[in-house]
Write a protein that binds this ligand. Structure first.
Ligand code: DQA
Length: 143
């Protein structure tokens, strides 16, 4: 099984940005955590991060026929991007939406998620463990 883990804008700033919301772990810590978890589970994974919407669309399109599942935290594009929604719909790859913070308890503009319409599950508020729970879900989901 091959899982693609995608992070959107500002997630490269983990550990520096708003630690009350996003904790103290860096993006490199997150990648190490995800990779060692996938190794343990016998799953191949690739981690990708970009601050640019078009690059994220390209990466999702390139996953077609290559990856079995996607875990995505689109960052602020969650709340704005129909392009990312359409990209996930285009490839029909089972996708889990992850947010480090508890978005449902934050500002009103964070209550909208376009990508959610194409996702098989949403995980919020578990910190970076949310990515691992997303991987667990997809392993079961794909079987
Ligand atoms: C986030 C929540 C978003 O609202 C925000 O724009 C982010 C991170 C999260 O992981 O909690 O960049 O997706």
């Amino acid at each position: 099984m091959k899982i693609l883990v995608i992070n959107g804008p500002n997630l490269n700033m983990l550990g520096i940005r708003e630690p009350d919301h996003y904790g103290r772990e860096t993006y490199a810590d997150l990648v190490n955590k995800v990779k060692s978890y996938c190794d343990k589970k016998g799953v191949y994974c690739e981690c990708y991060q970009s601050n640019h919407e078009g690059n994220l669309v390209d990466k999702i399109q390139e996953a077609y026929g290559v990856f079995d599942a996607i875990v995505i935290n689109p960052g602020a594009y969650t709340h704005t991007s129909i392009a990312l929604l359409d990209a996930v719909k285009s490839v029909s790859i089972p996708t889990v939406e992850v947010h480090i913070s508890k978005v449902e308890e934050r500002e009103e503009f964070r209550q909208i998620s376009y990508i959610r319409l194409a996702c098989v599950k949403t995980i919020t508020g578990l910190g970076t463990d949310g990515y691992l729970r997303g991987i667990d879900f997809l392993i079961d989901y794909i079987g």
